[in-house]
Design a protein around this ligand. Structure first.
Ligand SMILES: Cc1cc2nc3c(=O)[nH]c(=O)nc-3n(C[C@H](O)[C@H](O)[C@H](O)COP(=O)(O)OP(=O)(O)OC[C@H]3O[C@@H](n4cnc5c(N)ncnc54)[C@H](O)[C@@H]3O)c2cc1C
Length: 562
């Protein structure tokens, strides 16, 4: 019988969402040999299914001042260290006729009390700056909200971790945790693509599995890690209807935030308990409710073309002072479960709660605690050292990026040749919606655009394929934004699959299987919105892909990608 492969690391991080990526970076920067294990793609869990708002803290000023302050501080830090993932749009809180003054008064008092920056905007000016804002607006207050790209954030963070010597194992599920003398000693993993089982000998484990944190704890027989998955739905329409984040100035409720994200506008969200984070639902009436909420803020929202809807589960810490169904009232702060003091198991901490906005702080606090336990205090430097951009430029034909101060990263995650014409570098600094167009214009003579909606170039696709030949089309979508625009992959998915064959990255059978899987996944987020313009687009896609190309009849490899 074959021997089981064994790896080892001082720190094993379970979960490759924003929190786990942040923990891996922090631990690696402090000099620990680190392995990050993620059961699927990086940031495909909650961190890729969220609203896209870099909180200023204003949202929680009244209900949760502690979280508000954390968000405010982290907002400033992330804008400084990770500008590639953030578009500094600014945000407004808008009261509409009938909203009543009591919340607005409380809000302004709480903002003052907590030192959160804000400023009243004259209505006449507000209408000039956001001409689509409803005429029913009666009060506008500006805050420091921004738009953040969860994938760019996670991939940049992981790039930094790799540069500091960490290893990242994607599509690897933790199936068990071994104990030796009351202390965690091994992490038992399965490579979901090859089916191989292997073991990591672990000096310490940090469980950052988001809404699955409780499930991972049960691998140690610990049943009461009370993380409540609270599901929320979001809907994207195909135009960027507003320039800044719009929040309703009222008690937090369903559908009261609109975020301009890249070329789309996202309205959301809902907040309801979910029994299983792997089985979330998107009822049609909730989708319609979201569209109505968008219409209330921006008349005409319903006329914009619906693009896609999705649902994610917040990893909230159960709050026994509110009823289990009232997840909206639960605290948004982070929590660290110390399994030594509460369960008598040394060698593992679990971290959950918080926001994507506070991922860096969560990582800092849990790694600080780990250092204390290991008796090895080491200073955290993540608040001051810039995070590099994602390895393949996430939204345009990439640029050559300067590695950070760390060791040589493993080949698998590093660009192995320059992917942008020599000397052409994207300027660093805050990202703007126009950056992609500027990049595409600068390379159009020597590169081909394969996704017109999102301006993704052939060079960027080929680069990503060479570095990650096992990636599915959905993985490429998260890296490059292929298929995120109005055609939802109708044109660019088939083109990408064809290029993967031309480049010998995939066989024809693999390309057909990948295309079918991608279209099935896209359909999940399209079908609740199938009316109007989207219906026409879907009919066109169906004719092209299933009629002309005969996708269902083509021979395909067995689907192995998840
Ligand atoms: C609807 C909604 C809207 C939101 N909007 C915002 C917002 O606008 N701004 C904001 O700041 N925050 C927002 N949040 C909160 C934010 O998205 C989350 O707090 C954050 O993304 C959680 O990140 P995480 O890394 O802890 O969890 P996740 O991103 O869920 O990562 C956990 C990872 O663990 C992996 N995993 C699970 N089990 C295993 C296993 N056995 N082995 C290996 N890997 C495993 C999963 O695959 C997953 O990738 C929103 C959340 C929701 C649900």
């Amino acid at each position: 019988m074959d021997e089981v492969r064994r790896l080892s690391a001082e720190v094993v991080v379970i979960g490759g969402g924003s929190t786990g990526c942040g923990v891996a970076r922090d631990a690696a920067m402090r000099g620990f040999s680190t392995i990050l294990v993620e059961r699927a793609d990086l940031a495909q869990g909650t961190s890729g299914r969220f609203h896209g708002l870099l909180h200023s803290g204003a949202r929680y000023a009244v209900s949760d001042p502690e979280s508000a302050t954390e968000c405010c501080v982290e907002n400033r830090i992330l804008k400084r260290i990770q500008p590639d993932a953030i578009e500094p749009t600014g945000g407004w809180f808008v009261a509409l006729e009938g909203d009543g003054p009591d919340y607005s008064d409380k809000f302004l008092r709480a903002m003052e009390r907590n030192g959160l920056p804000h400023e009243e905007v004259r209505l006449a000016l507000a209408r000039r700056l956001e001409p689509r804002l409803t005429r029913r607006a009666v009060q506008v207050i500006s805050v420091d909200d921004a738009a953040v790209d969860g994938w760019a954030l996670a991939l940049g963070t992981v790039r930094s971790a790799l540069e500091y010597g960490a290893r990242v194992l994607r599509y690897t599920e933790v199936k068990g945790i071994g104990l030796t003398g009351g202390r965690t000693s091994t992490v038992h993993c399965r490579d979901r693509r090859s089916g191989e089982d292997f073991v990591i000998e672990a000096g310490f484990i940090i469980n950052a599995a988001g809404p699955w944190v409780g499930r991972v704890a049960t691998l140690l027989g610990i049943e009461d890690v009370t993380v409540e998955p609270a599901q929320g739905i979001m809907v994207a329409v195909s135009q960027r209807l507003v320039s800044r984040v719009l929040n309703r100035l009222r008690y937090p409720g369903d559908g009261d935030i609109m975020v301009p994200a890249q070329t789309v506008s996202i309205i959301g969200t809902t907040d309801a308990p979910a029994s299983d984070p792997d089985r979330l639902v998107m009822p049609r009436d909730k989708i319609q409710q979201m569209l109505d909420c968008g219409e209330a803020l921006v008349p005409g929202f319903r006329q914009a073309r619906g693009l896609h809807c999705w649902v994610g589960a917040r990893p909230l810490i159960r709050d026994d002072s509110v009823k289990p169904a009232e997840t909206r009232k639960m605290r948004r702060g982070m929590f660290i479960f110390d399994h030594a003091s509460r369960d008598g198991v040394e060698g593992m901490l679990s971290v959950a709660g918080g926001k994507l906005t506070t991922y860096r702080l969560m990582a800092q606090e849990v790694v600080d605690q780990m250092c204390l336990k290991l008796g090895s205090p080491r200073r955290c430097r993540t608040a001051s050292e810039p995070v590099p951009p994602p390895p393949t430029d996430h939204f345009v034909a990439g640029q050559v990026t300067k590695p950070g101060a760390g060791a040589e990263a493993p080949e698998i995650e590093q660009p192995d040749w320059p992917i942008s014409p020599a000397g052409r570098q994207r300027p660093t600094g805050p990202r703007h919606i126009t950056d992609r167009l500027a990049e595409a214009e600068s390379t159009r003579a020597d590169d081909q655009i394969i996704c017109e909606c999102e301006l993704v170039s052939r060079r960027a696709l080929v680069s990503a394929l060479r570095r990650h030949p096992d990636d599915s089309l959905d993985d490429l979508r998260r890296r490059l934004r292929i298929g995120m625009g109005p055609c939802q992959g109708g044109f660019c998915a088939a083109r990408s699959a064809g290029i993967a064959c031309q480049e010998d990255a995939w066989s024809a059978g693999q390309a057909v299987a990948a295309l079918r899987l991608f279209l099935r996944n896209r359909w999940i987020g399209q079908q609740p919105l199938v009316y109007g313009e989207l219906l026409k687009q879907i009919a066109l896609d169906n004719w092209m892909l299933y009629g002309t190309l005969g996708l269902e009849q083509l021979p395909a490899s067995q689907e192995v990608v998840l």
